[in-house]
Design a protein around this ligand. Structure first.
Ligand SMILES: [Zn+2]
Length: 295
């Protein structure tokens, strides 16, 4: 059996750029750098991370995934509130700087490809990947295909779950306000007046029995179960994979979430809820898979 050639995957996150080489089904030679916000400076950082690895591994292609609204067909970063770009011609910029074909994709849809696509141990026809990181969004697999809708599908974080508070996006009641990592940290900080470092800190304090942290965590789980109940009603996924930094909490998140979701459902298909197999690496593995597919 001939092995697939090595490909590179790059995940451009809100705070770090992560690179890795997918070879023989394993992610190797990984590295991380702080993310520059300017697309031109970013393409320089990509060149430093990518080009030595292309030579070392005799890699044939590179995939780069970015957050926000991404139009994969045009190769354009339509909007990233986190990185501050709008209609940035990223694929053209990166291809020129790297001197090789670049597959441009969306971070959460790429993670769904790694977790639920044809190369995954199971590839369900109907599934969802929920990324619980600094923000909150999802990717949908419908009838075996990842739904992009011009980059606008899967915005689970900005569905109204009824709490009535204003979201930075301009709407009220958004799931992200209560259940994203940044949302949880902000809420606990407001309650205690002490600095809170991300959702990991909330999870740690909640596990230690801190009442304020437990209340914030419970609100997040309840809101998330509300959002997932809508998703289950509309798309009937067989599996919901939960990834992103907050998912590192494991059973502390998944057990109460599964229980609360179960209480909200009646005749619906109950999805299997599980943590991402690739953990925090899912997006860069998906980026490398995109490179295999498209170049
Ligand atoms: Zn919103």
């Amino acid at each position: 059996m001939s092995a697939l050639p090595a490909t590179l995957g790059v995940d451009v996150g809100g705070t770090t750029v992560k690179v890795g080489v997918l070879a023989g089904g394993r992610l190797v030679d990984t590295a991380e750098r702080p993310t520059p916000r300017d697309p031109d400076v970013l393409s320089g950082t990509l060149a430093e991370l990518v080009l030595p690895r292309v030579s070392r591994h005799d890699a044939t292609a590179v995939g780069v995934v970015v957050p926000g609204v991404v139009d994969e067909h045009r190769g354009v970063g339509v909007l990233s509130a986190t990185l501050g770009w709008r209609d940035a011609p990223l694929r053209a910029l990166f291809t020129e700087r790297l001197g090789m074909p670049v597959a441009l994709g969306h971070d959460v849809r790429a993670a769904a490809l790694a977790e639920l696509g044809p190369s995954a141990p199971s590839a369900p026809q109907d599934a969802a990947f929920v990324a619980l990181g600094t923000g909150l969004s999802a990717a949908l697999v419908l009838d075996g295909r990842i739904r992009a809708a011009g980059g606008l599908a899967g915005e689970l974080g900005h569905c109204d779950v009824g709490h009535g508070q204003l979201c930075p996006c301009g709407a009220t009641g958004c799931l992200e306000v209560l259940a994203s990592g940044a949302g949880m940290a902000r809420r606990l900080q407001q309650r205690t007046g002490e600095p809170v470092v991300g959702a990991e800190d909330v999870a740690r304090r909640a596990a230690a029995g801190d009442a304020a942290a437990r209340a914030v965590w419970d609100d997040a789980v309840d809101a998330l179960s509300h959002g997932l109940a809508w998703l289950v009603g509309i798309a009937a996924p067989e599996v919901v994979v939960v990834g992103g930094g907050v998912a590192a909490a494991g059973a502390q998140l998944l057990e109460p979430l599964s229980e609360r979701l179960d209480q909200r459902l009646s005749f619906h298909r109950r999805p299997v809820l599980r943590a991402a197999r690739w953990g925090a690496d899912a997006a860069r593995v998906g980026a490398a898979l995109l490179a295999q597919e498209r170049t």
